[in-house]
Design a protein around this ligand. Structure first.
Ligand SMILES: NC(=O)c1ccc[n+]([C@@H]2O[C@H](COP(=O)([O-])OP(=O)(O)OC[C@H]3O[C@@H](n4cnc5c(N)ncnc54)[C@H](O)[C@@H]3O)[C@@H](O)[C@H]2O)c1
Length: 422
């Protein structure tokens, strides 16, 4: 099947990555099966309810109305695909890569693989996964050979939830294949989905590209986090220094301190790389390990700063009411996976604080404990301290600085006599 004219697409995994791809492919003219094992998720999608901010309900409903988008948890509906893309989670298990979801997805697709079809892995993973893990599963399950009978490649996902400027369609997409023919097929598919594709020579280079991008962010965030802790001790305003450094038009990229890293990417992806380096070469990837160490420490540092602030006022954390603003790991999203805010809430609760959380994007009670509340003047006045954890645009910051007694700002967003910055 020529990917320039292919019509049947299967997207395995309908999460933050798979759902936007499915919807975009419908717009591009494909018949799309969105396969996911999560029954509740499929039910919601079938009812036109999106859980991903970047895919508004109206866009999902339009895709459903077109008759060319089928969310399903029945593997049989994946039969007859021209192109299949794997977008399943790649978490860590006890610090090591857990590729069980990728293996299961490949095994399911192998049952339906036909000569001429294309399979693409998008999940973030260590270099070598496509050729060493996915190819044999597809080949064994189908009796077909990668490169000869079907096309196989890797294309990292760069989706940035909540980013109003860069979407799936206008962000350049790195593409690769296990051979020239596969690269051609993978590229032809994405040329119909995104504005620009960037080919690399092999799947390992494409896999490494994604890990490089995320490790770069992870390490630079760790750098400014450590700087923020030292600057705090030295009585220097790190935020002012960062603003000043950011005026340099070359050779500098702005990163800012925060309460720690969260989500599905930064706390996890660099460890895929260090795992691979240690396993293949027997050496530690020191930058990654140091960055993990610093970034994982940040929630404790936030709590430490709050304890100091209370102490300076002759108060204890025990029995105090602390209002956390934002729990999601990232501004303007409701994604609280691996969120440092959850760790901060747990630590404060363990110290005996009454934790309350205001996060307009969070659809459920905080996992780390604490009550989910609306941000209001009364909530702010009732709190002994307010911690700005996630600087959502939806917050009324004037209300915060007007009514809060003490604000610990971990995002460098607020000013005022009652505000302490990280
Ligand atoms: N979220 C991001 O911003 C982002 C950005 C770039 C890359 N990634 C990477 O993309 C991959 C997917 O991440 P995500 O954020 O979309 O995850 P997610 O948890 O939002 O979605 C994954 C979905 O896959 C489903 N699933 C799991 N195993 C399955 C199987 N065998 N068959 C069918 N469905 C299955 C789950 O039920 C879930 O709905 C990960 O490797 C992640 O690192 C994520």
């Amino acid at each position: 099947m020529d990917p320039r004219t292919a019509t049947r697409l299967v997207v395995v995994g309908q999460g933050y990555v798979g759902l936007p791809l499915a919807v975009r492919a419908v717009e591009a003219g494909f018949d799309v099966v969105g396969f996911d094992l999560d029954e509740a998720r499929i039910k919601g999608l079938t009812a036109g309810e999106s859980f991903v901010e970047d895919v508004p309900d109206a866009v999902l409903q339009e895709a459903l109305r077109s008759g060319r988008y089928l969310p399903t948890n029945e593997p049989g509906r994946c039969a007859g695909f021209d192109v299949a893309v794997i977008d399943v989670p790649t978490p860590l298990r006890e610090g090591n890569p857990n590729l069980a979801h990728v293996e299961a997805a490949a095994a399911m697709l192998a049952q339906h693989l036909r000569p001429g079809a294309t399979v693409i892995l998008e999940s973030t993973t260590y270099p070598g996964t496509t050729e060493e893990l996915v190819a044999p599963i597809l080949e064994d399950g189908s009796g077909l050979a990668a490169g000869t009978d079907f096309y196989l490649g890797y294309s990292p996902e760069r989706i940035d939830p909540g980013n109003p400027t860069w979407s799936l369609a206008n962000t350049p997409k790195v593409v690769s294949g296990v051979d020239e023919a596969s690269l051609g097929a993978v590229r032809a598919f994405y040329d119909r989905i995104v504005d620009r594709t960037v080919a690399v020579s092999g799947t390992r280079e494409a896999e490494l590209t994604k890990l490089l991008e995320n490790t770069f962010r992870h390490v630079n965030i760790a750098l400014v986090n450590e700087l923020a802790m030292f600057a705090g001790e030295l009585g220097i305003d790190v935020w002012e220094a960062i603003d000043a450094a950011s005026t340099k038009p070359f050779g500098y990229l702005r990163f800012v301190p925060g309460p720690g890293v969260g989500g599905h990417c930064l706390p996890i992806d660099p460890s895929y790389l260090s795992w691979k380096v240690r396993r293949a070469l027997g050496q530690p990837f020191r930058f990654v390990e140091l960055a993990n160490d610093i970034n994982e420490h940040m929630p404790d540092y936030v709590v430490h700063r709050l304890v100091l602030a209370f102490n300076a006022r002759g108060r204890a954390v025990r029995g105090a009411t602390v209002l956390l603003l934002g729990l999601a790991y990232k501004r303007n999203t409701g994604d609280a996976r691996e969120s440092p805010g959850t760790v901060i809430a747990e630590r404060l609760a363990a110290l005996g604080a009454h934790v309350r959380v205001a996060d307009p994007h969070l659809g459920h009670d905080p996992d780390g404990g604490g009550a989910l509340v609306e941000l209001s003047a009364a909530e702010l006045e009732a709190a002994d301290a307010v911690v700005l954890v996630t600087d959502h645009d939806a917050f009324d910051y004037e209300l915060v600085t007007t009514h809060a007694r003490l604000v610990l700002d971990t995002r460098g967003r607020l000013d005022g006599p009652n505000v302490e910055r990280l």
